[in-house]
Design a protein around this ligand. Structure first.
Ligand SMILES: *[C@@H]1O[C@H](CO)[C@@H](O)[C@H](O)[C@H]1NC(C)=O
Length: 493
């Protein structure tokens, strides 16, 4: 018994484990049902390359590089396949294939968020409860809420302009979209534009990292906790803090009473749906989980896209001038509020939003599904039942056949969009699980960017360049420097 605790013995156990792992890897390599699918050699043995790429936030670019080397259907881990061809979209993102466990960390206590529900049917009920709230018509009734917060944002731009100070758009667009989303969703006045406090933004970042890594690699958090790493505590605290924010927001909403809240805010719509239709009734925990989901999915993503759009316009002054002229022609009075119904029909503004979503897709990531039934065929490869498979917007948006000069910001390419361009455009994913908040995102982008570029000329600050804006991806994309300083100069009227 004594010998069991000697270091010598543990050493042997460790060697035995490594040998077993290696033998298992060789078997996996030689006789795996995905053996016929090409990919980097090491990825056929082991998940380690994918894990390291994910950990460093470089996974999206790495997968694009592997496609360039090995073709449209590749193996990125022993049991995971990535697809780049547009023909895969319908074959993968449909009613039959379920989600994988990669989304499992998206939950409130034991209740999964909609994004994490495996089954299309289950998700359907949750989505049905939300759809009325995210309809275009419902959101149009909330246009004044978006404008209200945007006016505060524009006041800030004026102050920054007066003192010739650059605006960190990474931060300030987040303040704006958090204020908008919390108000539209639960009538909350979180007031980030007033407080200029980054604490909440940091919590959301921690939580993104936690969920994006611990989902596909569920050993990470237990190992980090075992090693008593500070980061694990930060990640867990961030998750708890956002959960408790959602709980308090719902209490505040209930206390405010019907007379004192927006008649059609998202929470009202959800609660109405729960009461009137047993089919879409959500439990208390499901409502909280959904609130956390809206908070996350509805703010960072839109803020990032607005930031990247402003950055692209700052470094493409001719396009910015075209956009400004388009806006001034549609709205000659410099101080008038710009109606969304007009904004959404402006072609350059539309192209600007699409190009920002294309080059800087807020969720560029590999989105996993599990092949159901008898398997499928993609690009001549048989993919058996049970395979984890996925595509990423990051790859499709860089297809140079569909989008010539894919890295170039060319809003006009959308004036005559081909069917291929529309099919391969996946900022909100595709199929029955596509992003439910797409109307809200599209509306916010057009209202925010429309007002800003109507009134302001935007230029790059000294420390904003391609290197500082390089993508890092933890499920959502962000610039590596976590900042994007731009100057906003008001046009003289
Ligand atoms: C916002 O907060 C940062 C960090 O605390 C501070 O440096 C900056 O001056 C503040 N900006 C404004 C406009 O209050």
């Amino acid at each position: 018994m004594d010998s069991f605790s000697t270091p010598d013995h543990w050493y042997r156990v460790l060697i035995a484990l490594v040998v077993i792992y290696l033998i298992a890897s060789i078997f996996r390599f030689l006789w795996h049902p995905l053996g016929h699918i090409p990919g980097p050699l090491f990825s056929r043995f082991s998940t380690i390359p994918l894990f390291l790429q994910s950990l460093s936030g470089a996974r999206a670019g790495w997968i694009v590089a592997q496609h360039e080397k090995y073709g449209p259907v590749i193996r990125i881990a022993p049991d995971k396949v990535a697809v780049s061809s547009a023909s895969g979209i319908k074959a993968i993102y449909n009613n039959k294939n379920s989600k994988s466990h990669a989304y499992d960390s998206f939950r409130f206590q034991e209740v999964k968020m909609c994004i994490a529900l495996l089954d299309v049917k289950q998700a359907h009920t949750r989505r049905k409860a939300l759809l009325p709230a995210f309809s275009r018509q419902n959101l149009m009734e909330m246009e004044f809420v978006m404008r209200h917060h945007l006016e505060k944002f524009l006041d800030w731009l004026e102050k920054f302009d007066d003192t010739n100070t650059p605006v960190d758009t990474f931060k300030w667009f987040r303040y704006l979209t958090f204020d908008v989303v919390t108000d539209i969703a639960f009538g909350q006045q979180i007031g980030m534009l007033s407080s200029n406090d980054t604490h909440f933004i940091e919590q959301v970042e921690y939580r993104n990292k936690r969920n994006s890594l611990n989902g596909p690699f569920p050993f990470i958090l237990p190992v980090m906790r075992l090693l008593r790493m500070e980061t694990a505590k930060k990640w867990d605290r961030a998750d708890e803090e956002i959960a408790s924010y959602a709980v308090r927001a719902r209490e505040g909403w209930a206390k405010a009473g019907e007379a004192n809240r927006h008649r059609v805010d998202i929470l009202s719509r959800m609660e109405q749906g729960s009461k009137t239709n047993p089919e879409t009734a959500l439990s208390d925990k499901e409502i909280i989980a959904t609130m956390m989901e809206i908070l996350n999915a509805g703010s960072d993503t839109t803020a990032n896209t607005a930031m990247f759009a402003a950055y692209e316009l700052a470094r493409n002054p001719a396009i910015q001038e075209e956009l400004h002229q388009e806006l001034v022609t549609a709205f000659p009075d410099p101080n008038t509020p710009l109606d969304f119904a007009v904004l959404e029909k402006l072609p350059i503004l539309d192209g600007v939003c699409r190009e920002a979503l294309r080059i800087h897709a807020p969720i560029p990531s590999y989105l996993e599904r599990v092949i159901s039934e008898d398997g499928i065929q993609i690009e001549g490869y048989d993919v058996p039942k049970g395979t984890v498979i996925g595509m990423q917007a990051y790859t499709n948006h860089r297809d140079s056949v569909v989008y010539p000069q894919p890295e170039e910001f060319i809003p006009r390419r959308w004036f005559e969009a081909t069917e291929e361009m529309k099919t391969s455009f996946l900022p909100f994913s595709a199929g029955p699980r596509a992003c439910i908040g797409l109307n809200l995102a599209n509306m916010q982008l057009r209202i925010h960017l429309g007002h800003i570029f109507h009134r302001y000329r935007v230029t790059l600050a000294e420390d904003t360049n391609e290197a500082s804006m390089k993508h890092v991806e933890f499920f959502m994309v962000r610039p590596i420097s976590q900042k994007c300083n731009l100057y906003f100069k008001k046009y003289k009227s």
